[in-house]
Design a protein around this ligand. Structure first.
Ligand code: FES
Ligand code: FES
Length: 162
């Protein structure tokens, strides 16, 4: 059974005609061509599909679009300001925290939600916030360093903070 779903994604109102069981992850990637949100386990275990829903990280593989009509969805495509990278994106690139990059959108969105509520997190707090986002490449240390660098650059006002 298909239905019309109205979503607010990265500030745009969009309308899609989709099967009711289609996940937000699938709708973002297949119907809205927002392929920055990555398709991983589809079981809620890897974090690659993370998006922000009203500012909170959620696993889009576990969300039905019909449940989130009217809420603000932000994907990795909505994080930069035009050509200006968010401080987190810049720090991930500068410190080599993105290697294959598959986990990176989810990591950045989870870290973004953290920094908005806790602009100066401890390393332990960053680790805890990112605990649901798995990375096969980096060993996590560079990711933790990148979040710390982004927090510092946002504090001194030298980077775009979204
Ligand atoms: S694809 Fe959603 S948690 Fe793995
Ligand atoms: S950079 Fe490859 S999975 Fe994290």
């Amino acid at each position: 059974m298909k239905t019309v779903v109205r979503l607010r994604v990265n500030g745009d109102e969009v309308e899609v005609w989709v099967p009711v069981h289609k996940t937000l992850l699938e709708v973002l990637r297949e119907d809205l061509q927002l392929t920055g949100t990555k398709h991983g386990c589809e079981l809620g275990e890897c974090g690659t599909c993370t998006v922000l829903l009203d500012g909170q990280p959620v696993l889009s593989c576990l969300v039905l679009p019909i449940e989130v009509q009217g809420q603000e969805i932000v994907t990795i495509e909505g994080v930069a300001a035009g050509s200006e990278l968010h401080a987190l994106q810049a720090a991930f690139a500068e410190l080599g925290a993105a290697q294959c990059g598959y986990c990176t959108p989810g990591m950045i969105l989870t870290a973004l939600a953290l920094l908005r509520t806790n602009p100066a997190p401890t390393r332990q707090e960053v680790k805890e916030a990112l605990a649901g986002n798995l990375c096969r490449c980096t060993g996590y240390l560079k990711i933790l360093d990148a979040v710390a660098r982004a927090a510092a650059s946002l504090k001194d006002g030298s980077s775009y903070g979204g």
